[in-house]
Design a protein around this ligand. Structure first.
Ligand code: BGC
Length: 420
């Protein structure tokens, strides 16, 4: 106990020593923020929040933990919290946010959420994660869409091709490109990237009802079905369209391959758009955005939440300023223009967004009406971390071996059952 207290006191002293506030702003304290936004586009987006807070007198103590989709950040966060020294805020995806809330580590944001009327501007599917026990524990900053296909416009034009709308067309286009010596698909072999593609294939081949059954409900019959066998057949085809150096490649380096014309396409969420913008290219013109093959009419989503830890009275005022700033309409506009996502708030105008952003805004509305707005498994909005991890293992193991599709589907059923 003594040790823990001493650790906490030391950390508090260190935190205040590090809080160097610019002379012009009156100090309102500091926030320590853990996140995994380290690529060019991501860093530009997080810089918007940092600047906004510093203009309000709150010092930003950056705690970046590199690693796409946040796996490394989650390990670092657990170590910090269990040693009794949580950061002020951490970037979390929906299901892990819920898990932290259930463990009782998060604070209560009612003091800002109620007067600012968050309930009337945050869509219900996001409130389901942002609130716990009737009060807000996190601020949602965006809505990302993982089911996008990014295509290099020049490669497609030069070769008389159009971005594929079905998986059958995808295979035809990829074969045509391969025959001409052009790398069809840029990909990074990491479990979450493999599963980002897997989500697209499940939705594209099986349709929204199948995605709902297999991924959202983890229904064993759907997981082991003939449709799932076809999904793994398509994953095997896709494996044939990536270059030999794909293993371990970071997602943003794969995006750069499409931007630079070293590969024709990438299947990735719209954080890729942040990279396209940061590289000075125009999304929808230089790099085309179309929904991942077969997924038109459906919207997979994931949201980045700033989960607010229970930090005690001294650090709370700065935390509340951060929560309020992250929810302001002007911040949500500027941040999402850089990040590639769309605002979490429903009342932010879309006129400054590019063609892909406008399409996302229109598609999410339509999907919500049709009941085809569903959480992304790869990006933490479909299953709790244990089941998600079990599916990651099966998908990645199949992608990197010669396992048959039937065996992979069987392994999926077993792995999910064991993780439940
Ligand atoms: C996050 C994005 C992030 C991406 C790549 C996703 O899970 O929601 O904000 O840019 O991972 O790291």
């Amino acid at each position: 106990m003594k040790k823990l207290l001493l650790g906490t006191v030391c950390a508090a002293v260190m935190a205040s020593a590090a809080a160097v506030v610019p002379a012009h702003a009156q100090s309102k304290g500091s926030v320590e923020v853990m996140h995994w936004w380290t690529s060019g586009g991501e860093a530009a987006a997080v810089g918007v929040l940092k600047q906004d807070l510093e203009s309000k007198g709150v010092t930003w103590q950056d705690m970046p933990v590199a690693g796409g989709a946040g796996e490394a950040a989650m390990t670092a966060l657990r170590a910090r919290v269990t040693s009794g020294n949580p950061p002020t805020a951490a970037q979390l995806l929906g299901m892990s946010l819920r898990a932290w809330a259930e463990e009782g580590f998060l604070g209560d944001l009612s003091e800002v959420a109620e007067p600012e009327g968050w309930d009337s501007v945050i869509p219900e599917p996001l409130q389901a994660f942002a609130k716990y026990d009737g009060h807000y524990v996190a601020a949602p900053v965006n809505i990302h869409r993982p089911n996008w296909l990014w295509s290099n416009a020049k490669i497609f034009q030069d070769n008389g091709l159009t971005p594929p709308k079905t998986w059958e067309e995808f295979n035809q286009v990829a074969d045509a490109l391969k025959a001409k010596g052009i790398q069809p698909l840029a990909h990074g072999g990491q479990n979450w990237q493999d599963t980002t593609i897997f989500d697209d294939v499940v939705l594209g081949i099986g349709g929204p009802e199948f995605y709902q059954k297999a991924i959202i409900e983890a229904d064993p019959e759907a997981l082991g079905s003939d449709t799932m066998v076809q999904v793994f057949d398509q994953m095997r085809k896709i494996r044939g369209y990536v270059d030999p150096n794909f293993s371990g490649r970071d997602w943003n380096l794969a995006t750069a391959m499409v931007i630079n014309g070293e590969a024709a396409m990438q299947l990735m969420g719209d954080w890729a758009k942040g990279e396209i913008i940061a590289a000075g290219k125009v999304p929808g013109v230089d790099i085309l955005c179309t929904t991942a093959p077969g997924t038109e009419g459906s919207f997979l989503f994931n949201t980045d939440f700033f989960a607010m830890f229970d930090v005690g009275e001294e650090r709370k005022p700065a935390q509340l300023i951060m929560a309020s700033a992250a929810m302001s309409p002007s911040f949500q506009e500027t941040f999402n223009l850089a990040k590639g996502s769309i605002p979490a708030r429903t009342d932010v105008p879309g006129d400054k967004f590019d063609a892909c952003g406008k399409q996302s805004m229109a598609d999410i509305k339509a999907a919500q009406e049709k009941g085809t707005l569903m959480g992304s498994l790869a990006h933490g909005h479909a299953q709790p971390p244990a089941i998600q991890g079990a599916i990651f293992d099966v998908v990645t193991n199949h992608f990197n071996s010669d396992q048959s599709s039937a065996d992979a589907a069987k392994a999926l059923v077993d792995a999910v059952a064991a993780a439940q």
